[in-house]
Write a protein that binds this ligand. Structure first.
Ligand code: SF4
Length: 259
């Protein structure tokens, strides 16, 4: 793609811009209250430069990558490779890299921690005692490591994904779960108020590549053992950790900011 700015190199970063303070979050919240998702991505990249990165799960949040490309600004993208993703998701990662001319910054879990878990509890312990421990090792710890080098991140969270846990989600918030380079971390959720239908309309309009699993009945896509196809009329998060209560269907990556 000719007009895509080159990706920034990964590595330890020196924070040079404004501090990710509560005051800055309030200012950005007011400014972006009615903004389009594309404007929010552009504003995040303009404000934080190489100190902000897009969190890409391998699902329809690929639209964020498209919007970053449309901004014409350099941007960086990271993904959590838990080691338990669908083959289709790995192929999709490669397709996205090729399509946008980017290198995704893959994050891997700590090998000794994974070894200790599966040697003591087996490969599918989450079906017995919940997904918390496995997600903590394979997702949360690598994410914490990544975010500690940033001052802001961009996620594909939407209110309509989970009426139970995401219904009050803001476009901009102070991250309540993780810290960035200087402590405070700004979290942009450009798609917070965008509906699933509108996301898919945009994916088609921009001719954005998407995960082949979506054509096979998968709506929300996560790790292979913890994601199933959605049944007719079922809410999308119902197909994640389906053996657990609806109120526990977060993997520790997202904690609501009440502000
Ligand atoms: S979603 Fe499932 S396999 Fe993936 S990290 Fe969480 S518990 Fe483990």
């Amino acid at each position: 793609v000719a007009d895509v700015a080159p990706p920034l190199e990964s590595g330890p970063l020196a924070a040079t811009g404004p501090v990710a303070s509560p005051a800055l979050v309030t200012q950005l919240k007011d400014e972006l209250r009615d903004a389009h998702a594309m404007q929010i991505v552009d504003r995040a990249l303009a404000e934080f430069g190489e100190d902000v990165a897009i969190s890409f799960s391998g699902a329809e949040d690929v639209l964020l990558v498209e919007y970053a490309k449309e901004s014409g600004r350099p941007f960086r993208v990271f993904s959590l490779d838990t080691g338990r993703l669908h083959p289709e998701t790995y192929r999709f990662f490669a397709e996205v890299e090729k399509h946008y001319g980017i290198h995704i910054e893959y994050l891997f879990p700590d090998a000794p921690a994974v070894e200790a878990l599966v040697r003591t509890k087996g490969m599918f312990s989450f079906y017995e005692d919940g997904h918390g421990e496995c997600c903590s090792i394979r997702k949360v710890a690598p994410l914490r490591r990544r975010l500690s080098d940033l001052r802001a991140w961009i996620t594909g969270q939407r209110r309509d994904q989970s009426p139970g846990t995401r219904s009050t989600l803001s476009h901009v918030e102070l991250d309540a779960a993780f810290e960035g380079t200087n402590g405070a971390l700004v979290k942009f959720n450009p798609l917070a108020t965008t509906s699933s239908d509108d996301v898919w309309a945009a994916i088609r309009a921009f001719d954005v590549p998407y995960n082949a699993l979506h054509d096979r009945g998968f709506v929300s896509i996560g790790c292979e053992p913890c994601t199933r196809q959605n049944r007719p009329g079922e809410h999308e998060r119902a197909a994640r950790w389906w053996w657990e209560e609806a109120t526990k269907k977060e993997c520790g990556l997202h904690v609501a900011d009440d502000g």
